[in-house]
Design a protein around this ligand. Sequence first.
Ligand code: 6PG
Length: 265
Amino acid sequence: MSERPIPTAPTVQVFDDVPALTEAACRFVIERAQEAIAAHPKFTLALTGGSTPRGLYQRLSEHPTLPWDRFELFFGDERAVPLDHPDSNAGMARDTLTRHPFVPPERVHRMRGELPVEEAAADYEATLRRLFPEAAASAGVPRFDLLLLGLGPDAHVASLFPGSSALHEQKAWVVSNWVDKLGVDRITLTYPVLNQAANTLFLVAGADKAWAVQEALQGQLSLDEAPVRGVRPLSGKVTFMIDRTAAAKLSGDLGQPRASGRFLG
Ligand code: 6PG
């Protein structure tokens, strides 16, 4: 009986501080973009929300000569708020990157958080089906060239939170998700889409993330208890870029700052 393939172990890179992490992440995104654009007509990049990626988006905005017209920018999740709300992930990306004239607005595909959440989820799924016609036609799943993810202190990713209903969605690409602990609705990509990405880059900084990082890389909890553990692409590559404080609970030399390292399993 053929063994279920084992996902490729993540690469773990630990940095002394956030500026060093941000610099490396910027180089990583540019390299994946150049690879993707050399191989096919566009670079599909799913942005993450939260605060950690702000610096990365600002650094990317300092590269106006990148082939931005070949990028297609998406979002991994969104809050149930309009674009101009301070909590909007698309609003944060606009303020740091997509407002620049070299990013064609028609290349930015945000989740419309101003809509009722179920409508927003269906609207975004329709957007993905339009922009990934091969996946829609073959009952497949859209494959982002690069998916950016943050990590919450409770090990949530995107808006897949411990105990939330979206954790077990295996058909829809995008769902609305009630987050009990926050008392809010969210819109989020589901695991089938997250796990289809060709490359996944986690950006994680801060001592409050140390437990979640340890769970992600060396833990045994279920995805219900630690949703990051549900991110296990069978064919994509996963890279964790973490700062020293977020690596504090990792055992062995994995947690030591160095240019790059392999996750030892
Ligand atoms: C969101 C994000 C979420 C985020 C983590 C980490 O909408 O908030 O998608 O998953 O990445 O909560 O957020 P920080 O980078 O702010 O720690």
